[in-house]
Design a binder for this molecule. Structure first.
Ligand code: FAD
Length: 459
């Protein structure tokens, strides 16, 4: 920076993982060219806002954290997230899972229990549920294994159709039909598992670009899953060090002007404020961008979003049939030092997942069965950004993804990321499933566009 030049002011809007990483990178610019202000409408930074702390029963720790929602990651897919965690010194550990699959009964306590239990990466022989006849279970297991191997083969060797002049690209539904994956397997295993990763309905998942799911499968194949050992609040603390944060500031409009980017907000007292920044980074979901940034109002409405509820509770009756089938007895928390259980309960269109935590809390995502209100510790709603082949094309156009020739036909003006000092970032701002890796990649893109070195790329 020229000695006479003062740093450029940057408003980073949103304190999810994306906003935190963007603010961190710009704030730590070795040349100190940016003065960052992180603006968040909530009363606390949002990455760990819904996490639950419970007093520990062991002497080694005073509290045990449950991240709500889950912030798991896997080697292979999350290379930038893991390099950032390593650079920041965030502790994480490998977390094997035991998945149980059940059909949703109108009365969960009288339900028939799981029809299959399977382990992540085959890390142990799956236990036989007590409710299943051994031979039936073996037959089902062989069937599932054969179809799984076929699906895995296809992921690696049968590419999805790429976008062309006549089609925006293949949906997951079209791909699964093309490779003739049996409907029973799709409905009983594939959709429950992947719709829980994407926290959306089965139908919404089937409209995803096939490439998203295949890429995720290929990159995570036989890789370990991990979680942050002491909860993502430790990540939040490290990323926020030294950053100027303003909480309770609800952005109402972001408008490029000839003097800079005008940012209007309403604070928690209802007062309207207007500030001028040199640059603004919108680290929010696309539905929020449409409401505050006029140039993309008519464009980003084509990116679908949904709302998902997550409830942290101790109502063990919601998993009593699964516990009975595993011989644990109704109401007794299942504890296993190495693996954690995730129960998938599906009807024909949706799956609820119930994650047993080591501190005896259950975290239900997308609840379909009722939970005793007196046992609810915390409930939260999240916006989830969905994907379609068309929205994928649109996002690639906005971010000038190299080599992507086809256009969505949805971009009503010539606005591109970074024009007039406004940048977009978020879990959805990359060509892949909307997960934490997209947050890091898009935050790194903003920093690179502004000439800031990424410290975890140095070594
Ligand atoms: C239930 C669930 C489970 C998940 N599990 C995983 C998982 O295990 N692994 C994984 O990798 N990913 C997971 N994800 C996805 C991942 O959590 C998201 O992709 C990621 O959190 C998105 O972060 P973000 O910073 O882009 O956006 P957000 O987290 O949505 O942050 C946006 C921020 O902007 C703020 N904001 C919004 N409007 C305004 C405004 N007008 N003014 C000021 N501030 C505003 C919001 O309050 C929020 O803090 C899960 C998601 C959900 C919902």
């Amino acid at each position: 920076m020229n000695e006479e030049q003062s740093p450029r002011s940057v408003a980073v809007i949103g304190s999810g993982m994306t906003g935190l990483v963007t603010a961190y990178l710009l704030h730590h610019d070795p040349l100190q060219r940016y003065q960052v202000r992180l603006l968040e409408k909530r009363g606390q930074p949002s990455l760990s806002a819904e996490s639950v702390a419970i007093p520990s029963q062991t002497e080694a720790k005073t509290t045990v954290w449950t991240d709500v929602p889950m912030r798991a990651f896997a080697a292979g897919f999350y290379s930038n997230l893991m390099r950032m965690y390593d650079y920041l010194g965030v502790k994480y550990h490998s977390q094997p899972f035991l998945f149980s699959f059940s059909r949703l009964d109108s009365n969960p306590s009288s339900g028939s229990g799981p029809y299959m239990v399977h382990t992540s990466n085959f890390h142990q022989i799956p236990p036989v549920p007590r409710n299943r006849d051994l031979f039936q279970w073996i037959a089902e297991g062989i069937y599932v294994l054969v179809i799984y191997l076929w699906f895995t083969f296809c992921c690696f060797f049968v590419s999805p159709s790429e976008p062309s002049a006549s089609s925006p690209g293949e949906t997951l539904d079209q791909y699964l039909r093309r490779i003739r994956l049996p409907e029973y397997y799709v409905a009983s295993y594939l959709l429950p598992l992947i719709s829980s990763v994407c926290t959306c309905s089965h139908q919404q998942l089937l409209q995803f670009p096939a490439s998203d799911v295949l890429e995720y499968k290929k990159r995570t194949h036989r890789q370990n899953h991990y979680v942050v050992t002491d909860g993502v609040h430790t990540v939040e603390e490290k990323l926020l060090q030294g950053v100027d944060v303003r909480l309770g500031v609800n952005l109402t409009s972001v408008s490029p002007t000839s003097n800079g980017v005008e940012v209007k907000a309403r604070n928690s007292n209802g007062e309207e404020t207007t500030d001028l920044f040199d640059l603004a980074v919108l680290a929010v979901s696309p539905d929020i961008v449409t409401s505050i940034f006029e140039p993309l109002q008519s464009t980003l409405k084509h990116i679908p979003t949904t709302t998902v509820d997550t409830i942290a509770h101790t109502d063990y009756s919601t998993i009593s049939t699964m516990l009975r089938a595993s011989g644990k007895g109704s109401g007794a928390p299942f504890r296993n030092p190495s693996s954690q259980r995730i129960h998938f309960l599906s009807n024909t269109s949706n799956t609820e997942s119930i994650h047993e935590q080591p501190n005896s809390i259950l975290v239900t995502t997308n609840p379909l069965s009722s939970i005793d209100p007196s046992k609810i510790i915390k409930s939260a709603s999240f916006t989830r950004v969905l994907r379609t082949p068309q929205s994928r094309l649109l996002i690639n156009e906005l971010f000038h993804e190299d080599g992507k020739q086809e256009t969505s036909g949805l971009l009503s003006n010539k606005w591109r990321n970074g024009d007039n000092g406004v940048y977009l970032a978020g879990g959805w701002c990359w060509d892949g499933m909307v997960l934490l890796e997209g947050c890091i990649v898009s935050a790194m893109r903003v920093a690179s566009d502004l000439g800031v070195e990424i410290p975890w790329e140095r070594s």
